[in-house]
Design a protein around this ligand. Sequence first.
Ligand code: ATP
Ligand code: MG
Length: 1012
Amino acid sequence: MSSGRLEVKIKRVCARKRSRGVLKTHLTPVRKKGGSLGSPLCPLRSTMVDNRAVEYCSDNEDLFGDYDSILEDSSLLAKLDDAEQNERLRAADQKHFTNLQPSKDGAWKQSCENVLTDSILDEFRDEPFEDLPGSQLQFQEQAKRSRLPDGDKTSTPQSASRMVEAGRETSTEDKTRSHSGARRSVADLLKRTMLGNAAAPFGVSRTVALKEAVVSEEISVAMQAMETLSAETTDLGPFFGLPSKVKELMHKLRGIQNLYDWQEMCLNLDCVQQRKNLIYSLPTSGGKTLVAEILILRELLCRKKDCLFILPYISLVQEKVRGLASFGLELDFMVEEYAGSKGRFPPVKRRNKRSLYVATIEKAHSLVNSLIETSRLEDLGLVVVDELHMLGDGSRGAVIEMTLAKVKYMSKTTQIVGMSATLGNIKDLQTFLSAENYTNDFRPVQLKEYVKVNDTIYEVDPKEDNCFRFSRLLNFKYSSAMQKIDPDHIIALVTEVIPAHSCLIFCPTKKNCENVAGMICRYLKEQFLQHRGDEKAVLLRELKDSGNGSVCSVLRRTVPYGVAYHHSGLTSEERKLVEEAYSNGVLCLLACTSTLAAGINLPARRVILRSPYVATDFLKRSQYKQMVGRAGRAGIDTVGESILILQEKDKNMAKDLMCAPMENCYSNLMHDEGKGVLSLILSLIGLNIASSPQQIQEFLRGTLLFVQQQQLCLEKSLWDVAWQCVDMLKEKDLVTVSAADSLSPTLQITKLGRAAYKGSVDLTYCDVLYKDLSKGLEGLLLNSYLHLVYLVTPYDLIPQCKPDWMIYFGQFALMSAGEQKMSAAIGVPESFVARKAAGQAVKKNMNLGVVRRLYLALVLFSLLKETDVWRVAERFQLSRGFAQTLLSSTSAFCSCVLHFTEELEEFWPFRALLTELTRRLSYCVKAELIPLMEVAGVMESRAKQLYNAGYKTLSHLANADPAVLCKTIENLYKKQANLMVASAKMLLNEKAAALQEEVDELLTLPDDLPQL
Ligand SMILES: Nc1ncnc2c1ncn2[C@@H]1O[C@H](COP(=O)(O)OP(=O)(O)OP(=O)(O)O)[C@@H](O)[C@H]1O
Ligand SMILES: [Mg+2]
């Protein structure tokens, strides 16, 4: 964006140290707004630092927003066609199936009326899936014998009211019957099948069935009562306004019997009852999520509104979708995943069910945009943001701010709830969100913080004069050789707890994690090998499977000792396997980078911080707190300990770290030369939220940037910022400005502007993307994926690419003549690469960006061909984690480019091509595994296992019995199996319901149908 950089600058002002009293967290009484924490500070960076952002990048976060699953749609429609076709064939009394035709009087012909009637459905329900695995069939057979009648619960919602509303009384009855018959089809079929299957594996007892009946009765009575009461009276039951079934589910699915005191107190706050916006902050592991979930359930069940739950990483979204799927199935709402390649924009409009959208930051923004565009934002009753302090985290923070500002501005009825670990300047966030605040310093397990200097352990006590109090001398006997290898006495520290208890060691770099894990194992006694030996052998086998036969040499050595490392260089499969094994106690020690501290719930008895640095930067207080906060496993440990290993030289800095106030969180709209505010303004114009600089300014008054403009020391007023952005957008041809009234001109988005905002394309690359695509069309190479892949290789990964010229040259040798020609045409002739490989100087002025981009495209091209991350990463000498990140970032960008091209007529050929390419990049696996991998958290190796065991489709998985799955699938724990089956059921449910909505839409008589 060299030509058009925003000139607005933010002065850097040093942070001022705070008094200790300010640091203390406090319990905020009802209505009392907390967080007035001293004078404003002006550091630019707040709670997150850039080097972590890089790690997050490689940790599968969404680099680009706005995906949808168009790719899923077409195949789904085909699947529905198939399913319905099969259904029709099954119906013994049904000989023909003709299309529904409106007759002259507007009534539906009855030739196919109620094609999928209850009787047929009954028949279907009793038919097992023919190709289910044998063990499963046997199980279902047994269950069928004990199956209970369905009762009324499965009756499908009628669409009569809509028909009546349409005012066509003459044929209402017929139409309704026909219409509801069709409506019954898929939804009813699904519900019945699900209920039948649910009955089968679990062998539902009469008491359970009765209980369910009581609960649904409880809900329906409450709902009836509600209709007669005022709209505000929304209690459905005794558990914070929810039916007691929710409490039971919390116990059954989560093991949570009672709420912590603070959770109760928070849920009973007046402001919460009144649905005011709320920010609540507690230390790590305080149990913040549960409160948010109860609020979400209240909104879904009592107020019948949709909810949006924003989480920072794809892996967390998947975990949440899995965890909430069972609640959705039991309480009859949808849980929809908006992460990676999942999610539709706008979301499917559901008439009879509410949806919980669980989304990454970028997807949430696209989702809110699409709801504004379709005037559906008010359907969203509640937006919950986890890790709200990420507002201060670079460009991702800017996206959260835009999303929340839009929700606040466009829907007065949508409640916003943010949660975070304790923050220094909650007051600012409160002003931004017009929110109440609740703060508490509760931790379920007491945390004891220590530091180690030489062989002495000190307890941290900020009340002490010098912050540290002598605790004990470390008891160890090291040989001189060992002292050399392990000068920090890590082995002594870990062997005090493992293998009986768990331990995390946070290391400053990725390489250090591997070294520490390897070093520890060299000195562990043989008896460590015996501890859960069989399970460790299974884990190793699984790691090997996930690597298509390759297993990391470090892990091969360390896993038998119950030790592993964890960082973004691992593939997501490896990370997941390591996390699960650690959760289950098979692994007792992880050497990890700070990424593990963010969000993943992996507590440890002892947390060791290998050094007070992340890479070369001294720790920030929030980072330190997040890491040590992992110590102590609720319900298992009585106390958790953290030990920070210090060198003498760092002692004073560490004291400051222990006593420093929590960092502040600052707006990032002006981050990176004001990129955030620029794209915000473009989308405001595109969404018709603002069409003049005055309206833009009015909107900006509702941002965190406005609240903090004094602290951030903006050199220009927001008015100037708005005008400057408009000028830049005009210059870039993204908006037009009518000259009618120069003081108050009308702003309109251009086609290019719409394409940029719809595709969530970074405005820095907008022009170059347009040029590249236009040039690409002039000679598009279509007998290979290379050219297309090159065109969707993300620009922002280019700086991370350092080609190995020999490897590059080797790749040229493998190219076809067409590919070589294409490479030369885009500006990378073979001769150039050959010269570089030979180490010769190249005089020609080359565009190195293009050269590097093609190199990345070659990596991607190999990944598409071979679908083996390990082999490709090795060939290009990259970490397998990076290769995987490259793939997921590219599939995200590909989808962005697809949306970009959809808005521009001249790019019509790209639409079909990029739809398929997005699919291929999103699931870079054999085609047969894709349906299984669509289920939240099912990765390639697990999909392979399932496929080989006979679970070949989503339907197989959704109908599987978790108990049978555990027996047939190696290393699958019962809990995981339950979660997997529940989320498969939910996905199937969601897909079928979406199709049903489409069917309804198609079959609904238009209101304005011309009549005689
Ligand atoms: N009332 C409760 N009783 C028992 N366990 C609980 C209760 N509430 C929450 N937990 C458990 O405590 C653990 C930590 O909760 P949670 O993940 O919500 O913490 P958090 O406050 O969000 O922490 P972080 O800042 O690390 O994200 C979870 O395993 C959760 O199931
Ligand atoms: Mg949390």
